[in-house]
Write a protein that binds this ligand. Structure first.
Ligand code: NAP
Length: 246
């Protein structure tokens, strides 16, 4: 990556809401072409129409699919290669909160769903962009949206914590593998961010949404990381609310 995102091609997973949608708006403003992924086509379509209208110099397209399915992850990168011929940036952002419960009370399907989406989905996407574009072209940046739950083990969140600790391990290992290929692999570790994710979590008390980090602040950080000079990498960034949000 050079210091600019103009005319770079970026795939954003989980782009229909929250951090992904904020990142899409920010990258479009920087002049990046975007392929927007998520499972709900309507949200992606509305965002793509907004971006193509507001930023006529870029092309934003939608590629609905479930990243936890390796065939669908491959199809997403296949489609990007067909339309743009390259992938410069992957923002691996799709994720679910998982069920808040004691380990012994987490249903088996929740175990699979949390690990499949948060960890395996990110892995399948990394594999495809590395194979199809980044390694052959010897350039690219992968930004894995992790969580402070990838650095701290919170009780009752054991599956989410497991998925994000796993993602941290993968991020750090692949970052070392790909240095010699001029590919940057970065982990971003937010604390609580005010996104629709919180509406999927059953908590005993309402969280302090106003005190949370705004998704636009995360999007600004994503651009800052991606716009560093080619010879520089920021391997990880932790960004949290100043005061506890829970
Ligand atoms: P969000 O608004 O719920 O966004 C998550 C997005 O992922 C949704 O648009 C969802 O859309 C998509 N998604 C879920 N499963 C998918 C799958 N299998 N394939 C493709 N897309 C999928 O929540 P968010 O807070 O912005 O979350 C984004 C990332 O930030 C997650 O990885 C999360 O763990 C991380 N994070 C969030 C916080 C926070 O406090 N909000 C803090 C730290 C880290 P569909 O349902 O339409 O597919």
């Amino acid at each position: 990556m050079s210091g600019t995102l103009k005319n770079q091609v970026a795939i954003i997973t989980g782009a229909g809401s929250g951090i992904g949608a904020a990142a899409a708006r920010r990258l479009a403003a920087e002049g990046a072409h975007l392929v927007l992924n998520g499972r709900t086509q309507g949200k992606l379509q509305a965002l793509a129409e907004e971006l193509n209208r507001d930023y006529p110099g870029i092309k934003a397209s939608v590629a609905p699919g479930d990243v936890s399915d390796p065939q669908q992850a491959k199809a997403l990168v296949d489609q990007t290669m067909l339309v743009h011929g390259q992938v410069d940036v992957l923002v691996n952002n799709a994720g679910v909160a998982g069920k808040i419960a004691l380990m012994q009370e987490v249903p088996v399907e929740e175990v699979h769903r949390t690990i499949d989406i948060n960890l395996k989905g990110a892995i399948f996407m990394m594999q495809e962009v590395l194979r199809q574009s980044m390694v052959p072209r010897q350039r690219g940046a992968i930004l894995n949206i992790n969580s402070i739950a990838g650095k701290t083990a919170f009780p009752y969140w054991s599956l989410y914590v497991a998925s994000k600790h796993g993602l941290r391990a993968v991020t750090e290992a692949v970052a070392e593998e790909q240095r010699s290929n001029n590919i940057k692999v970065v982990g971003l570790y937010p604390g609580a961010v005010d996104t629709p994710l919180w509406e999927t979590i059953e908590l005993a008390h309402d969280p302090n949404r106003e005190g949370m980090v705004d998704p636009e602040t995360i999007a600004d950080m994503i651009v800052y990381i991606l716009c560093q000079p080619a010879k520089v990498v920021i391997p990880d960034v932790t960004i949290t609310p100043l005061k506890p949000a829970l």
